[in-house]
Ligand binder design. Structure first.
Ligand code: ZN
Ligand code: ZN
Length: 157
């Protein structure tokens, strides 16, 4: 089921809203500050263009990434290095590189099963479960830079 998560755009209010398709509401009301946010229904059809513009801020700049907390990714690799060091110390120096390689391959392998999340550069809205997520380009630092200035001024977006 496709879902959309976004943060309240009132300055200083960071309440997270979640709306679930396929019957999209046209607006949500923040339970913390009472602000009403209009939503243009995102395209969640199999044959459609997918999410072309953000349903919250109408920004056309979106990127896709694996729906995995970056900290979890670091933890997996960190754990792999720890195991490799332990094997090096306890078993054999020759196990260090192959162990790291095995961890890296396992990491790649499992990442394939992690669903994609599409994120808006401008307002950080997150789109999950959309069939065309793979068509969206991954994060581009140049584009991100252009939108990062307004990031902490949500009320003024
Ligand atoms: Zn709010
Ligand atoms: Zn947006």
């Amino acid at each position: 089921m496709p879902s959309l998560t976004f943060f309240c755009r009132t300055e200083g209010c960071f309440h997270a809203h979640q709306v679930i398709g396929p019957t999209w509401p046209v607006e949500t009301k923040c339970i913390e500050c009472g602000a009403v946010q209009a939503i243009s229904p995102p395209d969640d059809s199999d044959s459609g263009e997918g999410i072309a513009t953000c349903a919250v801020c109408e920004c056309a700049a979106l990127f896709v990434q694996k729906d995995l907390d970056q900290r979890v990714g670091c933890l997996i690799l960190g754990g792999g290095v720890a195991v490799a060091l332990l094997l090096w110390w306890k078993v054999s120096v020759y196990l260090f590189v192959p162990t790291l390689l095995a961890v890296w391959i396992l990491d790649r392998f499992f990442r394939r099963w992690i669903p994609d999340v599409v994120i808006c550069y401008r307002c950080d809205a997150e789109y999950r479960g959309f069939p065309n997520a793979a068509a969206v380009r991954p994060y581009d630092a140049h584009v991100g830079e252009r939108y990062s200035e307004g990031r902490f001024e949500r009320g003024k977006l």
